[in-house]
Each structure stands twice: as structure tokens, then as C-alpha cells.
Design a binder for this molecule. Structure first.
Ligand code: FAD
Length: 388
């Protein structure tokens, strides 16, 4: 065990712990699934640490009517361990809603229900610790050392499950605030918007959900523009042969091809994971129909696919978005009182990894080099692995 600092700075738990076999950093669905799989394995001493005070799955995008984009069979455990107590079916039975769920015949599960399921599992799995931001990860004397505000924990292996971070385009960064924000803050900020003209930038699922929410809610908005650089508002491809991309067999083969071939494949497969659900697009279309033809409200919606926002500024309290039209190359302007940027999420090397950063291999895009067993390539001992 690494030499420890003054005893007073140690939590009791850290002082009494043996070295963990595995320390998980971050508790989102990824590490929660791992924790659920490991739960009950007698020979595995694993613990997972999350910075938030309690489990919460993308709370900033839990808009009314939001739906899961994948099958509920893709829960925490079922694909590999269907008898686990942490399956979605076990959740339904534990809450006495199996028959209600069956009879409801959801085409897509409400995201809130899946989030409730995840929170239920997180509440029951003993290896999870909340309110524990990891500040530093180092490797010393044959073990990883996780640094917390109140001490350190040692582990033979670690698993990074820290997710992605909201991506704001460079032109929007200086303007970010109460009336110009990333979609990841939509749940809290949309209801407070006191804006007549709202522009939603981004044609993926988040942009679609924010646009639909603005079309549906009783609020101050009188004009809502939905801007996407994609040539059309394109649906997620969740058809059978495309879903084959998410099977273990495909993933194994995918690892076997070179980096260039992988990147080319990913570019071709974009709509397999990054598109609006067909049901959300249909709901938007039907809402537009009601607004246009059934006299349901005075909202004026504008659909602007094929437009890339290239510049944005704020003048006299209003935003001016400059866009290039991908169809004819023309420049167009939209004025708005508020802008919601549904511009996706990206990978950042976390700050806590600074002590190990130079020992980890990255690919040309700055992403981790991941081995077939989901460990990272690094220059440390082979028996000590960093999974991600
Ligand atoms: C709105 C939305 C809806 C989605 N819906 C679907 C869907 O229906 N189906 C689907 O397959 N995918 C969906 N996705 C994509 C993906 O499955 C989710 O983003 C999923 O949450 C990713 O899980 P994760 O555990 O990797 O990351 P996250 O859920 O982002 O969790 C990472 C966790 O790590 C914590 N963390 C970060 N840094 C530290 C630190 N230093 N110390 C401790 N904790 C830390 C964070 O607080 C966070 O709780 C959706 C994504 C979004 C944004």
C-alpha cells in the first residue's frame, strides 16, 4: 500500500479498506452496468465512485414525453446475466407494475421509467459511493491511487465511466448564459425562458426533443426556429441489420480492423446512433399539423434543415445567427431572443487523469486507444489495467 498522508485527512472507510480489485470512476449507465454484473461475485472487491450526490441519468434532458431510443432488453444485465436481480424485468416486478407495463404496449419506453429503473438499481447495489468526485488518478508501487477530497483509495484496476461532456460550438461559448445554453440544461431552463423568438440549433434527438417541447408547452415563445446542418431532419436507424452493429460479434470484428477503417466505418454509421427517433419526428410533424391547420395556438414554427450556423453575436439583447445554406451556399440570418444549442457531446481527457496522461496512448483523434478487452493501451504493468 502506498505511504499515506496524515491520518486525520482519511475517511474511516479508506483507512479500513484493503486494496480494491477494481475501482470504477463515474456512475452512469456504463459503470452501473459493470457494478450490477459484479454485484454478488464473492471474490471481487470492487467499488464505484460518483461525484453527484445521488444517481441521476441526464437530468437536464428529462423533458416531458422523452423516450428511450433502445430496447429495454438492453438493460444493465440481461444480455449477459439474465438471472441477475438488477434486470429491468426485476424492477417491474419489484414495483408491482409488470402487468401494467405489458398492457401499456409502449412502442418506446418513457425515458423517465428507464431512469427510475437505473436509480432503483443504483440504490440497491452496495459497491456504489456517491458524492465522491475523483480528483486525481495516479499509479504508484504497483497499484492505482484515486485521490478524493477526503483521502485516497488504492486499486489494482480501474474503470473509467465518466461519459461525455456537452459540446458548445466556439462561436457560442462567449455568449453562454440564461438565454443561450446547451440542451443538457433544458429541463431547468426551458420553463424559465421569457423569450418570444427561440432558435434551436442541432438536428439530433436532443434538438428534436427541445423543439417538440417548445411547440407543445404553453409559454412565451411566439416563433421557434429549428436549425440543422443535416440536409434533412434525419431519423435514427434502428432497423434490424443496423442494430447488428451493436452485437458482440460485430464489435469484436470492428476492433480487428485498423484505425482508418474504423473511422471510415463510424462516419458511415452515424445514423445508427445519432439521429432523432422516428416517433419524435412524427410527433413534431403532427404538432406542426395541429398548429398550422387546426388552430391550436399562435406559435410560428420555422424548419431550417441544411443550415450550418457559422457565427453568432448578441446585439441590443437579441441574438443574430449567421448560417450557410448547404443547398445553395447562400448566407441567411435568424434573429432570436434565446438560443438552445443541441450540439451534442464530446470526449475530454478528464483533469484527474493528468498524472497518468503521458503514460496512456491516444489515437490521432485524441481518443483513448482501446484494446479488445476494453482496457486502454498504457505503459504500466499488464496486470494493472485501465478499462473504459
Ligand atoms: C439525453 C440523452 C439521452 C440518451 N438516450 C439514450 C438511449 O435512449 N439509448 C442509448 O443507448 N443511449 C442513449 N444516450 C447515450 C448514452 O447511452 C448515454 O449518454 C449514457 O448516459 C452514457 O453512459 P455513461 O455511463 O458512459 O456516461 P454518463 O451517463 O454521462 O455518466 C458518467 C458519470 O460520471 C460522473 N463523473 C464524471 N467525472 C467524474 C469524476 N471525476 N469523479 C466521479 N464521477 C465522475 C458523472 O457525474 C456522471 O454521472 C443518451 C444520451 C443523452 C445525452
Amino acid at each position: 500500500m502506498r505511504t499515506r498522508g496524515p491520518a486525520a485527512s482519511w475517511s474511516l472507510e479508506a483507512m479500513t479498506d484493503p486494496i480494491l480489485d477494481l475501482a470504477g470512476i463515474g456512475i452512469g449507465p456504463f459503470n452501473l452496468s459493470l457494478a450490477a454484473q459484479l454485484d454478488g461475485l464473492p471474490d471481487m472487491n470492487a467499488r464505484f465512485f460518483e461525484q453527484r450526490p445521488a444517481f441521476s441519468w441526464h437530468p437536464g434532458m428529462m423533458l416531458p414525453g422523452a423516450e428511450l431510443q433502445t430496447s429495454c432488453l438492453k438493460d444493465l444485465v440481461t444480455a449477459t446475466n439474465p438471472t441477475s436481480p438488477w434486470s429491468f424485468m426485476a424492477y417491474l416486478v419489484a414495483h408491482k407494475r409488470f402487468y401494467d407495463f405489458m398492457n401499456a404496449e409502449f412502442d418506446a419506453l418513457p425515458r423517465q421509467e428507464f431512469a427510475n429503473y437505473l436509480a432503483w438499481a443504483a440504490n440497491g447495489i452496495e459497491s456504489l459511493r456517491f458524492g465522491k468526485p475523483v480528483r486525481a488518478l495516479d499509479f504508484s508501487q504497483g497499484q492505482f491511487v484515486l485521490g478524493f477530497d477526503d483521502g485516497e483509495v488504492a486499486a489494482r484496476n480501474v474503470c473509467l465511466g465518466i461519459g461525455l461532456v456537452p459540446d458548445l460550438p466556439a462561436f457560442a461559448m462567449p455568449l453562454a448564459g440564461d438565454t443561450c445554453f446547451h440542451a443538457s440544461a433544458a429541463t431547468a431552463r426551458l420553463p424559465l425562458l421569457n423569450a418570444g423568438r427561440v432558435a434551436v440549433v442541432g438536428g439530433g434527438q436532443s434538438g428534436a426533443e427541445v423543439f417538440l417541447s417548445l411547440l407543445s408547452q404553453v409559454g412565451t415563445a411566439s416563433e421557434v426556429s429549428w436549425i440543422s446542418r443535416r440536409p434533412n431532419f434525419e431519423p435514427l436507424d434502428a432497423t434490424p441489420f443496423t442494430n447488428e452493429l451493436f452485437t458482440p460479434g460485430y464489435v469484436t470484428d470492428f476492433h480487428g480492423i485498423g484505425e482508418d477503417a474504423r473511422n471510415a466505418s463510424l462516419a458511415r454509421q452515424k445514423l445508427a446512433s445519432d439521429g432523432a427517433s422516428a416517433s419524435t419526428l412524427k410527433a413534431i410533424y403532427q404538432r406542426l399539423y395541429a398548429l398550422r391547420h387546426l388552430g391550436e395556438g399562435a406559435l410560428n414554427p420555422t424548419l431550417m434543415p441544411g443550415r450550418e450556423v457559422i457565427q453568432m453575436e448578441r446585439q441590443r439583447g437579441e441574438y443574430r445567427l449567421v448560417m450557410r445554406n448547404g443547398f445553395d451556399g447562400g448566407i441567411e440570418i435568424v434573429h432570436a431572443d434565446a438560443v438552445v444549442l443541441a450540439t451534442g457531446y464530446g470526449f475530454r481527457v478528464p483533469e484527474f487523469l493528468a498524472p497518468l496522461r503521458d503514460r496512456i496512448a491516444f489515437d490521432r483523434k485524441g481518443l483513448f486507444q482501446v484494446n479488445p478487452d476494453f482496457s486502454l493501451t498504457w505503459d504500466g504493468p499488464r496486470q494493472n489495467r485501465i478499462f473504459a
